[in-house]
Design a protein around this ligand. Sequence first.
Ligand SMILES: [Zn+2]
Ligand SMILES: [Zn+2]
Length: 855
Amino acid sequence: MSATEPTERTQRNRIERFDPTAIEPRWQRRWAELGLYDTDLADDSRPKFYLLTMYPYPSGDIHIGHWYVAAPTDAMARFHRMHGENVFLPIGFDAFGLPAENAAIKNKIHPRTWTMSNIDNMRRQLRLMGATFAWKSEVVTCEPDYYRWNQWMFLRFLEAGLAYRASSPVDWCPNDGTLAREQVEGTDRHCWRCGARVEKRLLDQWYLRTTKYADELLDFTGIDWPEPIKIMQTNWIGRSEGAEVVFTTAADEHQSGCDELRVFTTRPDTLYGATFMVLAPEHALVPKLTHPDRKAEVEAYITAAGRETEIERMSTEREKTGVFTGSYAANPVNGENIPIWIADYVLAGYGTGAIMAVPAHDERDFAFARKFGLPIRRVVAAPDVSDAEVAAEMEVAFASHGEDERLVNSGPHSGKPARDGFRDIVAMLESQGKGNATINYRLRDWLISRQRYWGTPIPVVYCDTDGIVPVPDDQLPVRLPDTVDYAGSGNNPLKSDASFVNTTCPKCGGPARRETDTMDTFIDSSWYWFRYLSPAEMGAPVDRSIEARWCPVDQYTGGAEHAVMHLLYSRFWTKAMADLGMVHEREPFKRLFNQGQILGADGERMSKSRGNVQDPDELVKRYGADAVRLFLMFMGPWDQGGPWSPTGIGGISRFLHRVWAAALDPHGVEAGDPESGVLPAGQDKAAAEKALRAATHRTLRVVSEEYAELRFNTMVAHLMELSNLLQRYRGTAVAGTQAWDEAIRLTLLMLAPAAPHVTEEVWSRLAEARGEAWSSIHTQAWPAVDEAAAAENEREVPVQVNGKLRDRVTVPIGIAEAELERLVLARPKIVAALDGKQPLKVIHAGGKLVNIVVR
Ligand SMILES: [Zn+2]
Ligand SMILES: [Zn+2]
């Protein structure tokens, strides 16, 4: 035992100042020694609570953003433990990735050395927070014992047809090589990592068949995720029902035979309104369909279009351009021959590179038809539109949505509701072999090949005899070689290591070459929470019996910026693992919470160049970890973030000092304050005790809810209010009574999850003063509300609007009129009853009734 152990503190002055830097490291050591937070995953005597926070990338520094997600998460963990749950809060490092490689090129440090020394520093910084991470379950993804399972699962995916190699045009960053579609950002299509303009290249690459799960990924039943994330994933998957329709080109003196032009449309109900077709200038049939007399004009147009970006071409703003090919195609529903144009607003890479133009119901087609004098035929009308209006010339496209609308000018389908027309026209096309119902998805398979060193080697070899040969399981992991040449940036460094590249074919024993691409590092994070459960398991990625007990993750916390990457990949990967029998659960995270972002004091995003970065280490030195944790929770709703306030943290620090003083020096008074140590006028000791008990239990009631619902900011505010009351009664006849002791005890217990060190210190000093053995505050049960005590000073107040009873609200007796009014006007029932009207007058009737008068 060191000299600072609680049992040796008897001689200390009890009103010693609160010095967080003296107590925090001591308690952190002691919690670790006691193994207070080593979760026994085999213990099924208590309900489990798997709490996961997004593991950090080892960039080298834990910044305030890491604290902003981890500190409230730790408070949640401690709160659940006090409710008797078996809580698992693991941590690890997302250790592969580009920055390590860039550092290697720039500073001539091996990526492993750079990564591991960063991890060491970050472990130290994370410990400063006093978070209850289960360090014994730590996972570091660049370790062979981790990435061998990436390889093993890749091989299982390959066997199951979920992984495949294909040649296709890929998004290519000149600095970073291949990118996943999700990694191309913005309308100018730049690289998410370096910002460079992304190009298209034709390459042989590895893909994972995420599209196989498109429909299941659209189903969010059973998981409680923020609405914006669900919407982003739904839009990203982009399921649309429609039809593929076959138009047939008309033979004429210039063309022998007919060709089929396939188009995809989400609105087959508008097929009678198709008055022309548009092909992308790059469409393969353009040369054949172009009449000799149109050839020069068409070729000039194609050349011009080739110089434009997709973004320029897709813009709805710009003037439409295009040329007529001279050919026609038959509309399959009515046999009408419609002209075939080419225009740059149709892109070759999207759909079939051909569209049927329905100018009456599409803005761009409308603009095009107007410019080139092509017919516009309305085929959908709102139910209340007259025949005359239907026949009138259209001034703008009618962007119909198909609901409640009816078809017009549509042959036998005229008069039908658009929805029925959709179904019947598709059925008609199918019966004639001119089309079929299809479902289109925006989602593409996940391109995982990266021309990078610092990632998981893809475990296949190429043999001249046998082609692609998977590396046998007993040869896993395919280890990253230590010595490679990084200098050749833009080219895969693994190619430079002949001893890695040249190998023997596992099938024929002949010479073979290893795959030199590595896996997208998003694979590492697609399943890491499974590995935490059995990090030493050598027979499988995760021990299925432990997974069965602990998955899915009960609560996941982290940034919303991962909506269509990590959070979508994880769902895909979990479903694939489940289908391959590796796990039971099909969804990874039952409940997801996205915290907001901490901004600099200037309201701008924190960045070194702006000089507005808050270094958590400095703050801990100055105020202590508890004050930093509490302040982050207090500054606003957790999902909103907000600007850092240098003065706000001072207020939090003073609050902790007040709690310290009230608990350890209950009879002390504030010098120079005439109110200090004197009961409020008109309140005797008995009334004051009742008031204190009522306030304490009411606070407990609301704080319990706020912890459970992650409303940490109001939780802290309520504890501050209670501490103000303690401050008011400090030094009076109430101090030291049973009611007082109970208020102190409950305040400490309520504050313990959020400010674990100071509460532990005070708790141990109080136990010692009573001559009791120390037992950590963090192993205590969460206290129960004494409803009778809480109701003591409360009253139910009926609330009327214009004399009519609308609501009842329970408030403390003696509540200030302004406070009561604020509370009442915020009640949902009252808001509804007022219906936006401003109250003319609010009548209070001595706090026994509220009547709101409106016009
Ligand atoms: Zn890049
Ligand atoms: Zn071979």
